[in-house]
Design a protein around this ligand. Structure first.
Ligand code: SF4
Length: 365
């Protein structure tokens, strides 16, 4: 992945001196640091009128998170949900995929932020995990940021991972399109951490996943963390349809399962391109030459645009077939799809979100 060199780091009062601040100072010695009372009122966020969202990625803010860290994943109305929780330790992402939903979700709050109050995060998670020892939590950190893209600078995952590794009722998922795994390799995840890579063929990465790691770099990183004792997941998502997409996707599937030990994979998910009319408008402004703007999509009941259903089912069936050939026993699930599509692809649909969540929780071990 491209090196991240922000124009400046803006630090809120009260965040100076903590571990994340120290890590940033060490990792970014050439970058100016500015200190402010409150990052919410600091100037300079998204002030480039031509591409305010892109400009927001060039400065890094460090401040306290004032709300709750742990939340249930909102899922998508009418789609089969996998009963997932999220912890947001940062907001926005230094990479820049043309289809990224954060362009719409964070449009009014686009600053690239990292939260400094790691102790509060752990206290909150600890209270929830201890209060519900009978519940198994799958917790992801990649809902409004990439889990690992900022890791070489913030060391955030290194700070929190040892706590989660000790808990009996949790699986922490780090989802990424980066290859930033160096800080993880000497930690012991104790079977409690899955590193999940979002995967696409190199042609899609070159066209629409700007500043992310190459396909080969993602796979090399995946093998390294697997060898270091981490569990692995792969998310073939968002799948993009274009002429001869089958050739690229089949080759990617084969390369993936030839690189890692697929017998030890926790899961594989599939999902097609999803966007909204609002996100499409932003994509047209920011990435007018993207191939993603030309495909035909239909508006689904959850307000998202997707390829029409027969095409989605055909794409999923082909992917499932290639995955089964390369990795016959790996667990595959669909992300944000209707029961109807599940039934057409697999011949069944999970009876409820708990069933899918439990299956994935059990499969990870
Ligand atoms: S890596 Fe993920 S969070 Fe970052 S820009 Fe791409 S889609 Fe968005």
């Amino acid at each position: 992945m491209q090196n991240f060199q922000p124009e400046e780091v803006i630090v809120e009062d009260g965040s100076k001196g903590g571990p994340i601040y120290q890590n940033l100072r060490r990792a970014l010695p050439q970058v100016p640091f500015r200190f402010v009372d409150n990052i919410a009122s600091a100037n300079g966020i998204a002030n480039d009128s031509r591409d305010s969202f892109g400009s927001a990625k060039k400065k890094l803010y460090l401040g306290k998170h004032k709300g709750e860290f742990l939340k249930k994943c909102p899922g998508s109305e009418g789609q089969v949900c996998c009963n997932y929780f999220v912890i947001n330790f940062a907001s926005n992402c230094p990479m820049d995929c043309s289809y990224c939903y954060l362009q719409e979700y964070l449009a009014d709050n686009a600053a690239l932020k990292v939260f400094s109050n790691v102790g509060d995060l752990i206290d909150e998670a600890d209270a929830a995990l201890k209060k519900h020892r009978g519940v198994f939590f799958r917790i992801g950190t990649g809902e409004i940021t990439d889990s690992l893209a900022l890791e070489p600078y913030t060391g955030m995952v290194r700070e929190i991972l040892p706590y989660f590794a000790e808990q009996p009722n949790v699986l922490l998922e780090l989802k990424t399109k980066s290859d930033c795994v160096d800080t993880l390799l000497d930690l012991d995840p104790k079977g409690r951490v899955v590193v999940g890579w979002s995967m696409n063929p190199q042609r899609v990465i070159d066209a629409d996943e700007h500043a992310t790691a190459s396909l080969t770099a993602r796979l090399t990183a995946a093998r390294r963390v697997q060898d270091a004792g981490y569990r692995l997941g792969f998310h073939f998502d968002p799948m993009i349809e274009y002429p001869d997409w089958e050739i690229d996707y089949r080759a990617m599937v084969e390369q993936t399962f030839a690189t890692v030990d697929w017998r030890k994979l926790s899961w594989v998910s599939l999902g097609v391109l999803r966007d909204t009319p609002g996100l499409k408008r932003t994509m047209r402004e920011r990435f007018p030459r993207s191939q993603l703007l030309t495909g035909e999509q239909v508006l689904c009941p959850d307000g998202k645009l997707r390829y029409y259903q027969p095409l989605r089912v055909a794409m999923y069936r082909q992917m499932v077939g290639w995955i089964r050939q390369a990795a016959p026993t790996v667990k595959i699930y669909l992300c944000m799809e209707s029961r109807e599509v599940w039934e057409q692809v697999f011949g069944y649909a999970p009876s409820c979100e708990k069933e899918l969540g439990n299956q994935l929780g059990n499969l990870a071990f």
